[in-house]
Ligand binder design. Structure first.
Ligand SMILES: *Cc1c(COP(=O)(O)O)cnc(C)c1O
Length: 372
């Protein structure tokens, strides 16, 4: 790579002067946490996804952990989730002493295969954590029906899917708890941050208490009724979130345009592009992940792209094959063949709201060369 070639990064947040103005306003107000900005952010986010209740938290992981508390998950319980995800969706069960149980994924959607979930249910199963991977909605109706049949609690990890819709309604508006995340590579960012939406007032009150050290909302100052956490989102982060939400439609629209351009540019290359939407599933673009044919040295392709100044990543490794998971639970190769096959062949290419056409052309040209 020539030293003058600009690197094309995997992701990049879209920040503007309005974001700066809102953050500065909070800084100047001196009310940096538990002020009025948090609730304003929560109301805007609830409106954006059509949820009755929304609790902002310090990260997506914190939100998923609190959902395990809502579910009453504890030692001895099993929680079924996807092996093809970011580790947080499995770790949240471990935090509460439960055992993560994986069910294999659908090779088209990369989301949990409902039949595999049903087959994984045991007398110890307490909850299912379904992930909307890469912003593509999971099979909510089938998965919720399985949970209803077996008396299981259903949690949605929508951390990659803000703005996606299932059967015409936004994720977050379907009643069950759904967690969103705002790390800088997500659709919108608060730096670090997350939120849990729910249709239940009771669940919402519990979330609000648990994120704030188990404090009792109704009683006087410093009354703690349960063991909680400090999972609060500060007001500076919430202010940034308000700026982002003010132009969420523009952000999501720009990401869709970038994705559509990739689809055009990639036509003719021997890679499988992301699954298109259908009547029930409308994706919100989080990352752009392509699937290479069997037999191609995926890691070699990523290395060659890196040499051309194009940042790519193997995306995603299967969680059950992470070293700590193998050591702790005895997971091994071959247990979830679809997830493992997809993990070996998928890679993320640079993707964000303001990625320009000429950079996309450079990415695709480098990919064409790397594929040979
Ligand atoms: C980003 C993400 C999370 C949460 O991440 P945080 O960094 O804790 O905000 C959880 N699950 C999935 C699938 C994610 O992509």
């Amino acid at each position: 790579m020539s030293t003058t070639t600009r690197r094309i990064t995997l992701s990049s947040p879209w920040l503007d002067e309005r974001d700066e103005e809102l953050v500065l306003e909070v800084l100047r107000s001196g009310r940096l946490s538990l002020g009025p900005t948090g609730p304003r952010f929560e109301r805007m986010l609830a409106d954006a996804v059509g949820a009755p209740y929304c609790a902002a938290v310090s990260s997506g992981t914190a939100g998923l952990h609190l959902c395990m508390r809502l579910a009453g998950v504890g030692p001895g319980d099993e929680v079924i989730t996807s092996p093809y995800s970011f580790v947080a969706s499995a770790n949240c069960a471990i935090y509460e002493g439960a055992t993560p149980v994986f069910a294999d994924i659908d090779p088209r959607t990369f989301n949990l295969d409902p039949a595999a979930v049903e087959a994984a249910v045991t007398a110890r199963t307490k909850a299912v954590v379904a992930v909307d991977i890469f912003g593509y909605p999971c099979e909510l109706d089938e998965l919720r029906a399985i949970c209803d049949r077996h008396g299981l609690y259903f949690v949605e990890d929508a951390c990659e899917a803000l703005g996606a819709t299932y059967k015409g309604r936004p994720l977050g508006s379907h009643g069950h708890p759904a967690t969103f995340a705002f790390y800088p590579n997500k659709q919108m960012t608060t730096g670090e941050g997350g939120a849990v939406t729910t249709g239940s007032e009771e669940e919402h009150e519990l979330l609000v208490s648990l994120r704030n050290q188990g404090r009792l909302e109704t009683s006087s100052w410093l009354q703690h009724g349960r063991l909680g956490f400090n999972y609060r989102l500060d007001d500076i982060s919430a202010a940034l979130g308000i700026g982002q939400l003010e132009r969420l439609d523009r952000i999501l629209g720009a990401r869709s345009e970038v994705a559509a351009r990739y689809a055009d540019l990639l036509a003719g290359l021997d890679v499988e592009p992301p699954l298109p939407d259908d009547a029930d599933h409308v994706r919100s673009w989080f990352v752009y992940v392509v699937e290479l044919p069997r037999g191609v040295d995926r890691d070699g392709v990523i290395r060659r792209l890196g040499e051309e100044g194009v940042d790519c990543a193997p995306y995603l490794p299967s969680i059950h094959l992470q070293s700590y998971m193998r050591e702790r639970y005895g997971f091994s190769d071959g247990m979830f063949p679809v997830s493992e096959d997809v993990s070996a062949r998928t890679m993320a290419i640079p993707f964000h709201a303001r990625l320009e056409r000429e950079d996309q052309e450079r990415v695709v040209e480098a990919l064409r060369n790397a594929l040979g």
